[in-house]
Every structure is written in C-alpha cells, then in structure tokens.
Design a protein around this ligand. Structure first.
Ligand code: CUA
Length: 318
C-alpha cells in the first residue's frame, strides 16, 4: 500500500495524468505573463511617482495629449497574448471534453457526503476509486441529491456532478500511486469531509483487485459479520452508530423489533422489510426527530449486502 503522493511544486500538486503537464504549461504561461505585467506596471507607478513628484512651485504645463506608437503597442501586444491564451486553453478544453473510444467506464454516484464507485464487474466501493495505469478511464457521474463536483487535483480534472443528469469526465493515469480525490462544490454540512482516494494500480493488480472485490461476502463465515463489513465499507457509521449514541440517523443498537414513531405520529415495527425499505427508499418513512437527509442505496448495495446489513442490525439487538 502506497501513501499519498506529496511531491509536486510550490504552486501545484504532483502530476498523475496525461493531461497534467499540458494544463500546467498553460497555467505557468498565464502566471508568468501576469507576473511580468504586474512588475512592469507597479514598477512604472513607483518610478513615475518619484520622478514626477511636484517639487517647489513650478508653473502649470500642458501635458502630452497622446502617442500613437505607444497606443498601438499596448493594444496589439496584449491582444496577441490573450489570443494565445484562448487558443491554447480551447485546445486543451476540447481534449478534456472528448472521451476516447476505448475508455474503461466506471459509474460514480455522489451523495451527501460520499462517493459511491460502481464497476461494470459488479464491484462497488465508497470513496476509493481504483483504476488501471496507462488506460483511459471514463467516469459516468450523477448525484443522488444536490450538486457536487468531482475533483482529482493531481490529474487536473474536475467536473460537476448533478442530480437527474449524467456528466462525464475522463483521464489516463500515468503512474502507479495514490492521489487525493475531493468534492469541490459546497454541498452541505459535511462537504469538507467528502474526500476519497484514487488508487492507480498496474493492469495485473487492477484485475486482481476487481476479482477480489467482486463479492465482499465471499470469504466470510456469517451473514452478520458481512453486515459489519458493509457497515464500515459503505460508511453507514457516518450517520448510524452501533453503540446507542445519537447521530444524523437512528442508532442501530437495540433497533430491531422495536416500534419507531414516525413524523406523522404513526408507528412502524422495525423488521426486515422496514430496514430494506429504509435502505432503498429512505425518505418514505422518516423517524420522528430526524431529517430526511439519507438518499437511496438502490444500485449501490447488492441484495445480498442488504441481507447482511439486516442480519447485523438483528445481532445488535441480542
Ligand atoms: Cu459534495 Cu461538496
């Protein structure tokens, strides 16, 4: 297991994708052009302030009206510079927008406040995007609730993730390692904690990882043990405790078999069907005193993972 890469320059994080060097080159071009003009303008202001300071009481003079060569120079040169920036930026922007045909596709679903990563092979993971090195990867992204933004600084790629619409993003990792993944759109109370890791593996390691994770419950002895694994792996703990303490959602300790009072005053028995419904359609029966902040795990949790969670919740009532 590698640790997070902390190389990189004073201004920019380490480069990890085929896009990074080009984005950085444009960044530094704009940066140094800005530094040059900042120095030139501020330098001239200081110089002229000293040179033309009024000393004594000279008579009034009529100032210069205009200088045609000077005006042409300070119009033409900046125009050329901004056109270079535009053309260069536009070329890279198009490259970021056009997905290569042979891309490996991964689904990403954002929710308050985590990233569900879903692979075609049936593997699901939370806050950990595992990708092969040297192969274009295309992300098909959508949100279960509000607007998020998927951002991998080291890959120099970022894209808004919206409810009710798919957005795309692609990259090709250039080296094996771990890179931070963040949400860069304010999406509520725990926005700053909505972080994850991009783990870039060699092609062989990637295949191994996929087959190892195809069924998380495969090598486990009991179903409730599997439920505990799912509880940790899918971050259920960020809202539901298992020791009785209060959270954003009801604790799972001693929950099974009790009667829960709902918002409308009615009561519901916490049984297998209620738990399943609460996972797949969380807003249908909100327990009194809680906010309807949970979004569905339909498509994220396989049916057998839900079975395991139910077994785990049952075990917490014994
Ligand atoms: Cu999701 Cu900020």
């Amino acid at each position: 297991m590698q640790s997070i890469d902390t190389t990189g320059t004073f201004l920019l994080p380490p480069q990890g994708s085929t896009m990074a060097a080009d984005v950085d080159a444009l960044f530094y071009f704009i940066y140094y052009v800005s530094v040059f003009f900042f120095a030139l303008i501020v330098g001239l202001i200081i110089l002229f302030t000293i040179k033309y300071k009024r000393r004594g009481k000279p008579g009034l003079t009529s100032g210069p009206t205009h200088s045609r060569p000077l005006e042409i120079i300070w119009t033409v040169i900046p125009t050329i510079l901004v056109l270079i920036m535009f053309g260069w930026g536009f070329k890279d922007f198009i490259r970021l927008q056009v997905m290569p045909h042979e891309s490996y596709e991964i689904n990403v679903t954002a929710r308050q406040w985590q990233w569900d990563i879903i692979y075609a092979e049936g593997v699901t993971s939370v806050n950990e995007l595992v990708v092969p090195v040297g192969r274009p990867v295309k992300l098909l992204m959508s949100s279960r609730d509000v607007i998020h933004s998927f951002y991998i600084p080291s890959f120099r790629v970022k894209m808004d993730v919206l409810p009710n619409r798919y957005t795309n993003l692609w990259f090709e990792a250039t080296r094996v390692g771990e890179f931070p993944l963040t949400c860069s759109e304010y999406c509520g109370q725990q926005h700053s904690l909505m972080r994850g890791t991009v783990r870039v593996l060699t092609e062989e390691d990637f295949e191994t990882w996929i087959s190892e994770n195809a069924n998380l419950l495969e090598n486990l002895v009991t179903l409730e043990e599997g439920g505990e694994l799912i509880y940790n792996k899918f971050l259920c703990y960020s809202c539901h405790s298992v020791d009785g303490t209060a959270g954003n959602g009801p604790t799972w300790r001693g929950l099974f078999g009790t009667m829960e009072r709902l918002e409308d005053g009615s009561e519901v028995l916490v049984d297998e069907n209620y738990i399943r419904e609460s996972i797949l359609n969380p807003k249908s029966k909100i327990v009194a005193g809680y906010q309807p902040i949970m979004s569905t795990y339909q498509g994220t949790l396989k049916p057998e993972y839900i079975d395991a969670i139910i077994a785990y919740i049952k075990s917490l009532s014994n």
